[in-house]
Ligand binder design. Structure first.
Ligand code: NAG
Ligand code: NAG
Ligand code: NAG
Ligand code: NAG
Ligand code: NAG
Ligand code: NAG
Ligand code: NAG
Ligand code: NAG
Ligand code: NAG
Length: 266
């Protein structure tokens, strides 16, 4: 008992120090964290919505070598842990509320189409979390986003290498695709867009320092917003749509590049 109360007062003291620090997550991070929560929740829903039993999965191409069932249990679990992680950081900000997202995942007709959709979702969520990292200036939030993006990227690589003999093309001209929140909420069903599933349950956060994030093939840069004030969805979207197409066809990214060097993000 005594140990517990001593421990918890220590923890409380730690929390108080953290909250008084300039580096603690701020109320300006609320929308970024809500967007991250929605992406992570969507990935969790995707994996939990389909019954991934042996019979279903054994029908997939190369199922015998891929060892899908235990890996998919692990992915499902880790995506659930990711939701908890976002919630934990969110709860440290007084006006964070969990977004009300009613995400309905269509059932895949067969194992191969499930695998294809899973790759698309994991690549999109990974790229979306990378993009979100440009919207925070708090170390705890950027750490969370980096870790979650790496998690989804690992999951996408596992899925991709089982589906495609060449997942990392030798002639690649881009780092892993990343997407801005403005682009992610677009309502078509392709890699880099989740609007049909998110159905407007979260709002893209305002650009950092009142600027617009432009994602190129190698880095992201900030410049002034096109019309002044809010984020300009069309400009950031076109820059990253080209980068979006997937690891398999990185050529198109080259266009987004080198204009707008007002300020480098990192
Ligand atoms: C949280 O509060 C801050 C100011 O206290 C405000 O700028 C921000 O918009 C709020 N966020 C939400 C999602 O309510
Ligand atoms: C196995 O999974 C498939 C597809 O998700 C589902 O239709 C089927 O009902 C499941 N079977 C069992 C026994 O759970
Ligand atoms: C969630 O979405 C589904 C399908 O889009 C709909 O049938 C259901 O009523 C929705 N639930 C809530 C609570 O909005
Ligand atoms: C297995 O795949 C074949 C096509 O390759 C399909 O016709 C069949 O319905 C699938 N079975 C299950 C249980 O998904
Ligand atoms: C995208 O749409 C196609 C057909 O329109 C469908 O087969 C596929 O499952 C959808 N993908 C996702 C991730 O919803
Ligand atoms: C699936 O297995 C076949 C035969 O073993 C192999 O040729 C093919 O490259 C595999 N596909 C992938 C995507 O690894
Ligand atoms: C910001 O940079 C992007 C991408 O380089 C460019 O398309 C856009 O026109 C620039 N906006 C302004 C206001 O300079
Ligand atoms: C596999 O790689 C080829 C060539 O790079 C690409 O055209 C195709 O879209 C890739 N497929 C998947 C599922 O990634
Ligand atoms: C890269 O190689 C693939 C075939 O492996 C080809 O389809 C694609 O056009 C090439 N891209 C560039 C930029 O050369």
């Amino acid at each position: 008992m005594r140990i517990f109360s001593a421990l918890s007062s220590l923890l409380l003291a730690g929390a108080a120090v953290a909250q008084s620090s300039d580096c603690a997550p701020k109320s300006s991070d609320v929308q970024t964290l809500q967007f991250a929560w929605a992406l992570q929740h969507l990935s969790e829903r995707f994996w939990s919505s389909q019954s991934l039993n042996q019979t279903f999965l054994s029908n997939a191409t190369n199922a015998t070598t891929a060892n899908y069932p235990p890996n998919f249990q692990g992915i499902t679990r880790e995506n659930r842990l990711g939701v908890r992680a976002v919630q934990q950081i969110g709860n440290s900000i007084s006006n964070f509320t969990t977004p009300r997202c009613n995400i309905t995942i269509p059932q895949s007709a067969n194992a191969d189409s499930f695998l294809k959709n899973a790759l698309q979702v994991e690549q999109t969520v990974a790229g979306g979390l990378i993009g979100l990292a440009a919207f925070t200036q708090s170390p705890e939030v950027s750490f969370l986003l980096a870790r979650l993006a790496a998690q989804h990227s690992a999951q996408a690589a596992y899925l991709g290498t089982e589906q495609n003999a060449t997942f990392f093309p030798a002639n690649s001209t881009s780092l892993i695709p990343a997407y801005t929140p403005d682009q992610l909420i677009k309502a078509t069903n392709q890699t880099g867009q989740l609007g049909t599933l998110l159905k407007g349950c979260v709002t893209p956060p305002a650009g950092p320092c009142g600027q617009q994030v432009n994602i190129g093939p190698l880095v992201a840069t900030l410049n002034s917003t096109r019309t002044g004030g809010g984020t300009s969805s069309s400009a950031s979207a076109s820059a990253s749509t080209t980068g979006a197409t997937s690891l398999a066809s990185p050529t198109t990214t080259a266009t987004a590049t080198s204009a707008a060097r007002n300020r480098r993000f990192f």
